[in-house]
Structures are given as structure tokens and as C-alpha cells.
Ligand binder design. Structure first.
Ligand code: NOJ
Length: 452
């Protein structure tokens, strides 16, 4: 008897896409009036970014976008998540608008549409205008959120006739705690906990402004959400006790961002634990932050295993040294995070519409190659995660789309250009793009609407 594997089909109208972000691909860091961002500055400080790499040229997408969109279209992509660079629109973060910056995204969006690509636009993907850092202390001060409000209004008014899917902010923890607390990311500061908590709060205020901008100016059919990189808790075994423990752990780990947005409050346990370090806020702030969103974006890369310890208390398990990772060492191979993360936000916060706005794999693929890169490692990483996503949807979790990170190799923040997440290889010397095996495979997934 011949046995035919049954393809794991996704629901009809499932959104498949590719993702990037402006500072990681555009280059042209000082072209056509763009202001410096805190990442332009950070990358110039010795020892902050691997190999002293910077964002000046990156993939030169600023000049090559038409070719890039043609390649995306050739791969069969229909949806593309990108970000707009705030310092291109307002070189000093506020004040006079930079016409050339506005015009650049007009051309970009028109070209995208001409190539059959639906834009999913992130308003802020970490590239804060340096002037806001210098003048206000960046996210430490709520005037940065006020400046964001004007920026959000401006881009929604300008592009809202063609852009219908908006994401306010990308991964709050990465530009708050990691920028102002651990100092691993720009602006590279190590400040006390109260200040870090305040940066979260100001970021949430900005999210509220982005939301408001879309409601006021987005026009017909506009939708808006935020992208969060939740800390995923994976029950060690899928038994009621471990699941309950993992959920409790999930609430504690994600309280700073999800609770204000979806419950309009800071969790009392969080406020108690923070004590004098708690953020300062007013009730009006929380109302502003918790206006209803249309979807939640999740960037899912890995998760912790959690078991029910003594009296059912959650116990986060340490990873043994040999636990498999990609070449980005933080990226543990934990496909179950793609099941449990979406499921928990649906169950705990009642989220009705979820998009995986990022998932992908970082490896040290060769910088130059005469033949297409045979990245079975990346293909299999993504494939395993997609199987878990399929399982989540089968179990009723409302995931509506998936964006692979990333379309092409790009500037991987403090890791510079060594770690590559692209399914398309970028030779940074020649700017040649070459689809890897994973791109060919993902192209088939998108067209079959199934895991192939
Ligand atoms: C999340 C970030 O949004 C993106 O900018 C980054 O490159 C990927 N993770 C991989 O680390």
C-alpha cells in the first residue's frame, strides 16, 4: 500500500509574508536629509557592535528596493512587513518634516503595491532620532512619546490611503530595558530600575498615540496592533499541572507590556514588587494605552521550559549547555514556543487575532558564495516551528498570519553582519542577492498554503 503524507494545510486566507526593518536594510544612513538615529551613534562607539559594523550601507535597500520587491514577488510573496525610519521623516524627531524622507516612502510603497505586495508597516523599529535622546533623554521622558504622536499622525495621514495594516512598536523590551538597563542595545545605558520602568511606560504611551493616529486618520479598512516579543513559557509536559505553572510564569514574565495594553492596568503584584521603582503614571495614561487593538503581533524565536514545582509554583528550568541553538546563541531550538506563546495570549488576554510578525533562524552562513546556500539548518528550524503553529491553529488559537524573518541577510544589531537571518543571501561587498534553499522552500509553502 502506498502511503502519501498528508500536507499540513493552513486555513484559507492565511497571511504569509516576509519581514525586515528599515535600519537593518536601508543603509543611506545620512542620505536625503535623514537624521542620525541612536543606532547610528551606538554603532560608532568602539566595542558596542561586533566587528565595528554600522548601518551606513547595510543592504542598500534605499537604492535597490525595486529589485528587492521584484525578487519578493518572484518568490511568490504577497505580504511584506517593513518599518519606516522616524529620522528620515523628522531628522530631529520633531519639528520640520523632511520632504525627501516622506517622498522616499511614497516611492517605496507604490513600488511594493506595483509588485503585488501588501504593506504591513511598523512605525518604530528601534531607530530613535538621536536628537530626542540628546534633548529629552529618549524614552526616559514622555516628551519622546509626544513627538512620536506627531510622527505617527504624519505617516498615517501621508500613507494611509495605501497602507492598511499598522504596527505601532516592535519589541518594547529591546529599546527600553536593553537600551537603558542592560545597555546591550542603543543607547547603551545602564540606568537604575525606576528609569527602566519609566521607559516601558513611555513606550506604552507612544503605542497609544500610534493607535489613536490610525483610528483618526487611517481611513477605511485600517487596522492596528503592536508587536511584542513575549517571553514564552513552555510546559515541560503537556499535563494540567505543568500547563498551569507555565501560564502563571507567563503572566509574571509578560506583565509589563501585555497587562497595561489588554487589561488597562499594571498588575498589582508587579507594582508591589517594583515598590519605589514603579513607573509614575496617571489613570488617564492607562486608558490611553489600553484602547482596543485589532490584532497582536508576536515575534516568536524561543521559550523557557517551566514545570510545576513545590505547591504547583512555576519553576523555570535551566537549559543544559548542550541544548541546541542556532548560531545566535540566545536562540534555543524550542518549536513548542510557537504553540504555547500564541495559545497563552489568546487564553489569558482573550486576544482574538494574532499574527506571527517574526520567526526565523540566525546562522553564520558564508559571506560570499559562488553557489546558492544550502541552508537545510534554517529550513528545518522554520519547518519545525511551522508544525507547532499548525497545531496551535488546529487547537483553535486564532493565528491569522506568519511573517518570516527575514527576507534577506541584514544588520543584526549588536551582532553586526555575521549572524544572518535571511532566506535570501546578501553579499554585502557586491550587494548581490541570491535566494537560499530556504527561500525556495518557503516560496512553495506560501503557494501551497501548507507545510511542504
Ligand atoms: C527581533 C527584531 O525585531 C529584529 O530586528 C531582529 O533582527 C530579529 N529579532 C532577530 O534577532
Amino acid at each position: 500500500m502506498a502511503i502519501h503524507p498528508r500536507p499540513l494545510k493552513f486555513p484559507r486566507n492565511f497571511v504569509w509574508g516576509l519581514a525586515t526593518a528599515a535600519p537593518q536594510i536601508e543603509g543611506a544612513a545620512f542620505t536625503d536629509g535623514k537624521g542620525s538615529s541612536i543606532w547610528d551613534t551606538f554603532a560608532r562607539q568602539p566595542g558596542k557592535v561586533k566587528n565595528g559594523d554600522n548601518l551606513d550601507v547595510a543592504c542598500d535597500h534605499y537604492h535597490l528596493f525595486k529589485k528587492d520587491f521584484a525578487l519578493m514577488a518572484a518568490l511568490g510573496a504577497k505580504n511584506y512587513r517593513l518599518s519606516i525610519a522616524w529620522p528620515r521623516i523628522f531628522p530631529t524627531g520633531r519639528g520640520a518634516v523632511n520632504r525627501k524622507g516622506l517622498d522616499f516612502y511614497q516611492r517605496l510603497i507604490d513600488s511594493m503595491l506595483a509588485h503585488g505586495l501588501t504593506p504591513w508597516v511598523t512605525m518604530f523599529h528601534w531607530d530613535l532620532p538621536q536628537a530626542l535622546e540628546d534633548d529629552f533623554g529618549g524614552w526616559r521622558d514622555r516628551r519622546t512619546a509626544d513627538a512620536f504622536a506627531t510622527y505617527a499622525d504624519t505617516i498615517v495621514i501621508t500613507y494611509g490611503d495605501r497602507v492598511k495594516n499598522w504596527i505601532t512598536l516592535n519589541e518594547i523590551v529591546c529599546f527600553t530595558r536593553m537600551g537603558y538597563g542592560t545597555g546591550l542595545k542603543a543607547p547603551g545605558l545602564k540606568l537604575p530600575e525606576q528609569i527602566v520602568n519609566q521607559t516601558y511606560h513611555n513606550a506604552l504611551l507612544a503605542h497609544g498615540h500610534g493607535l489613536r493616529a490610525v483610528r483618526e486618520h487611517g481611513g477605511k479598512g485600517a487596522r492596528v496592533g503592536i508587536t511584542d516579543n513575549i517571553e514564552n513559557s513552555i510546559p515541560l509536559t503537556e499535563t494540567p499541572a505543568d500547563i498551569a505553572a507555565a501560564k502563571a510564569q507567563f503572566v509574571t514574565a509578560n506583565t509589563r507590556v501585555l497587562e497595561p495594553i489588554f487589561k488597562g492596568r499594571y498588575n498589582p503584584a508587579y507594582l508591589r514588587a517594583a515598590g519605589a521603582d514603579a513607573p509614575k503614571f496617571s489613570a488617564g495614561d492607562l486608558e490611553h494605552i489600553s484602547r482596543p487593538t485589532d490584532f497582536l503581533g508576536l515575534n516568536v524565536y524561543w521559550g523557557d521550559f517551566v514545570k510545576a514545582g513545590k505547591n504547583g509554583h512555576p519553576e523555570v528550568l535551566p537549559f543544559p549547555p548542550s541544548f541546541p541553538t542556532t548560531d545566535a546563541v540566545w536562540q534555543r531550538h524550542t518549536p513548542q514556543s510557537m504553540y504555547w506563546g500564541p495559545r497563552m495570549v489568546a487564553e489569558i488576554y482573550g486576544v482574538k487575532s494574532i499574527y506571527i510578525t517574526e520567526n526565523g533562524a540566525g546562522y553564520l552562513d558564508p559571506p560570499h558564495s559562488k553557489t546558492p546556500i544550502h541552508d537545510l539548518h534554517r529550513r528545518d528550524y522554520v519547518r519545525n516551528y511551522l508544525r507547532e503553529l499548525h497545531r496551535a491553529i488546529r487547537d483553535g488559537v486564532p493565528v491569522k498570519g506568519y511573517f518570516l524573518w527575514s527576507f534577506m541577510d541584514n544588520f543584526e544589531w549588536e551582532d553586526g553582519y555575521d549572524i544572518r537571518f535571511g532566506v535570501v543571501h546578501c553579499d554585502f561587498k557586491t550587494q548581490r542577492r541570491t535566494p537560499k534553499l530556504s527561500a525556495r522552500w518557503y516560496s512553495e509553502v506560501m503557494s501551497a498554503n501548507a507545510i511542504v
